[in-house]
Structures are given as structure tokens and as C-alpha cells.
Design a protein around this ligand. Structure first.
Ligand SMILES: *Cc1c(COP(=O)(O)O)cnc(C)c1O
Length: 413
């Protein structure tokens, strides 16, 4: 029976959300619009069964097709990212990272990651997170002048604290990571080096951000950001990882199941398989390239409008604006832009003088609007709209109409 008949209330709200997405610009850099093929796999009968274990080694019967689907998914990821082993069962990015701690550390061991206020992720050792509560967390950051990762600080801290695990990856860092430099630093103390490519997985696949695979032991990712799949996570082990620790793949698989999770969400895994197929097609390379080109244009236009960009620009899909010279803080800018139909998020900037719930920055990105087919011309338009809304709150409703018109020309997948 149709959802509308069974549950009108929820059906109606989904319809409303569809309309909201249709008529607004999604510019939160961690978000995207999935294909209908991905959503079809996600909403399939594969949500019905338990599949605890791994293909060929399951606890329940009736899993002939589930095994084939998970195998296909793993093989596609292996080929696409050029890694030796993949686990596609993590429920999302955070559980994938949790599994790495569980696999290679004991409680109390030293771990290192970029601090949250400087662009790192909660799970990289931020104080409120399990990663700092159960492990001895050391945090590095960016240089106060350039806002670029302070590699000499990282090297110094590593020498002093000898972490067993080092994380590289971020949620609000607009520049390329120097994987090779991190590898030299990690290798100098024999640490595991983990790249968390949640934000940039799609850019790496498209060849517009260097891959960490030759340099790190472990790669974790979400599947729903630039990779444009369903919400989910993956853990990948590189050849370098197996060379360092021949049991690493086994340790990671055991950490996910039975260590942390029960039955995998195989509908998600099927949808990830579909997304990986889409990501291996030539169109995806063009998509990744366009994301970066769009961000560059958006960044330079915003600079022309007098905005201060952290690191003065971007190499990837995201931009971090320091709003302080505009006489407005992140929360108000976010609200105003939402009224105008442009969805972005307030964000701390490095060394932010304001508290995390009232930060000075705004984070925005191009993955979702690039999925809609928008290009350089539209970026110039959007930059001018952002400027108008930030400069004059009375312009919100006028810009809202402009945004609607633009969205009509660039439909969702
Ligand atoms: C988004 C993100 C995660 C967490 O993903 P969830 O799916 O939200 O748990 C982990 N690491 C980084 C760097 C991220 O950007």
C-alpha cells in the first residue's frame, strides 16, 4: 500500500521536504543530492533481513543475494580507491572511526588528530567525544597566520607524545592535505596513519584531490558527502597498512562485527554499490572537476565582494568565511540566507574569539549545487546574492524569488 494511504502525516512532510529541496540551494558542503537509482536501492526489500557476519560467513540463512551484493560493493570500492581491503558495513562515518580506535588501540593509548575548532572532526579526539574520553588525545591545529595545517607543530607534537594513531582529515579545511608529509611524521614513530576522507572522497575518485592511499595505512570515509551515495561509512586498508600489520584487515572487520555493530544495513550497502558504480563512470570525473572549478569562482567572487576567506581561497569543495568585517556573526548570516533559500551553516573559524554556539564563521560548498548542473555563471550570481543578503536583510524575500527561478532551471536528479 502507498505511504500516502498508510501514513498521510509522514507522506505530507516528505512531500514538503521534496519541495524545499526543489526550490532552495543546498550549500552545506557535507551534503549532496543522490540519484534516484541510489534511492531505489535504499528503499528496497534489502532492509528486511539480518546479515550478521560477512559474505560467505553469515550467521543466518537466506543470504545468497545479500552476499553477492556486499561482495560487489567491496570489489567496486577496492577498485575505485585502489586499496587491498574494504569493510562497507559501518553505519556511518563516526562508527567507522570508532572501529579504528577499537581495532588498533587499547583504552588509554595516545591518539592524535586535528582539533575541532581548527577544522577537525569530533571523532579525531575532541574532548566531548569517546575518542578523547577513552584515549589519551593530543590535538594539532593550523598556523595562526596562514590558517594552514602547521606541519612543524605536528612533527614536534608527534616527537614529544609518540601517538600510536594519527588522524588526517577535516570538516572545515579548504586546502589540500600533504599526505606524504604526514606519512614521514607518522613513520618516524611507527604510528598508524589514518586518512579520514569523509568530505573529499568524491574529489579523490575524480582525481581533483591527491589520494592518501600510497601514504597511509587506513582510510575511512562517509559515503554521502562528495561521493554522493546514501548515508553510510566505509573502512579501507591500503597495501602499506597490510605491510605494517598483516592482521590489520582482520582486526578492522572484527572491530565492526562483532566488536561494535550487529546486523549490517544491506539496503545501504546496495545503495553504496550503486553510488560506487556511478562514481566510476566518466561523468563523475567531470562532476568532481566542476565542483572544484565552481568553488574557485565562488571564492574569488566572494573575495571581490569584500569577504574574508580563511586561507584566502579554496582547493576543494568548501569555503570558510570569517564574517567579522561584515558586522554579522555566523548564526544570523545562516538564518538570513535560509530565508533567502540558500542553505549554509554557521561554523567556528580557527582561533575564533566567539563561542561555538555563536561562531564568527560561515561554511559553504558546491557539491550539491554542482550535482544540479550549475556552473561558473551561476556561482557569480549566487555570490552576489549572498553578498546582498549579508549586506541588507531587507533583500531576503527578493533573493528568495531569484533562487526559486534559478532552481527551476536546474532540477534535482
Ligand atoms: C562527516 C564526517 C564524519 C562523520 O560522519 P557521520 O556520518 O556524520 O558519522 C567523520 N569524519 C569527518 C572528517 C567528517 O567530515
Amino acid at each position: 500500500m502507498k505511504l500516502k494511504k498508510v501514513d498521510e502525516q509522514i507522506a505530507k512532510l516528505i512531500e514538503k521536504e521534496q519541495e524545499r529541496q526543489d526550490t532552495t540551494l543546498e550549500m552545506i558542503p557535507s551534503e549532496n543530492h543522490t540519484s534516484s537509482a541510489v534511492r531505489q536501492a535504499l528503499g528496497s526489500v534489502l532492509t528486511d533481513k539480518y546479515a550478521e557476519g560477512y559474505p560467505g560467513k553469515r550467521y543466518y540463512a537466506g543470504l545468497e543475494y545479500y552476499d553477492q551484493i556486499e561482495d560487489i560493493c567491496r570489489e567496486r570500492a577496492k577498485k575505485l580507491f585502489k586499496v587491498v581491503h574494504v569493510n562497507v558495513q559501518p553505519y556511518s562515518g563516526s562508527p567507522a572511526n570508532l572501529a579504528i580506535y577499537f581495532a588498533v588501540l587499547n583504552p588509554g593509548d595516545t591518539t592524535m588528530g586535528m582539533s575541532l575548532p581548527h577544522g577537525g572532526h569530533l571523532t579525531h579526539g575532541w574532548k566531548v567525544n569517546f575518542s578523547a574520553k577513552y584515549y589519551n588525545s593530543v590535538q594539532y591545529g593550523v598556523d595562526q597566520k596562514t590558517n594552514l595545517i602547521d606541519y612543524s607543530q605536528v612533527a614536534k607534537l608527534v616527537k614529544e607524545t609518540k601517538p600510536k594513531l594519527i588522524w588526517v582529515g577535516a570538516t572545515a579545511y579548504p586546502r589540500i592535505f600533504d599526505w606524504e608529509r604526514f606519512a614521514k611524521i607518522a613513520d618516524s614513530v611507527g604510528a598508524y596513519l589514518a586518512a579520514d576522507i569523509a568530505h573529499i572522497a568524491g574529489l579523490i575518485v575524480a582525481g581533483v584531490h591527491p589520494s592518501p592511499v600510497p601514504y597511509v595505512h587506513i582510510v575511512t570515509t562517509t559515503t554521502h558527502k562528495t561521493l554522493r551515495g546514501p548515508r553510510g561509512g566505509m573502512i579501507m586498508i591500503t597495501k602499506k597498512g597490510i605491510d605494517k600489520d598483516p592482521d590489520l584487515a582482520k582486526k578492522v572487520d572484527k572491530a565492526i562485527f562483532p566488536g561494535l555493530q550487529g546486523g549490517p544495513h544491506e539496503n545501504n550497502i546496495a545503495a553504496i554499490a550503486v553510488c560506487l558504480k556511478e562514481a566510476s563512470e566518466p561523468g563523475f570525473k567531470r562532476y568532481g572537476k566542476q565542483i572544484v572549478e565552481n568553488t574557485k569562482v565562488l571564492a574569488s567572487e566572494l573575495i571581490n565582494h569584500g569577504f574574508n576567506l580563511i586561507t584566502k581561497g579554496s582547493d576543494n569543495h568548501l569555503i570558510l568565511i570569517d564574517l567579522r568585517n561584515k558586522g554579522i556573526l555566523g548564526p544570523e548570516a545562516q538564518d538570513r540566507l535560509e530565508k533567502a533559500g540558500i542553505t549554509v551553516n554557521k561554523n567556528s573559524i580557527p582561533f575564533d574569539p566567539n563561542p561555538p554556539f555563536k561562531p564568527s564563521g560561515l561554511r559553504l560548498g558546491t557539491p550539491a549545487i554542482t550535482t544540479r548542473g550549475m556552473k561558473e555563471k551561476e556561482m557569480k550570481l549566487i555570490a552576489s546574492w549572498i553578498n546582498e543578503v549579508i549586506t541588507d536583510p531587507r533583500s531576503c524575500s527578493k533573493i528568495r524569488q531569484e533562487v526559486k527561478k534559478l532552481c527551476k532551471r536546474f532540477l534535482l536528479p
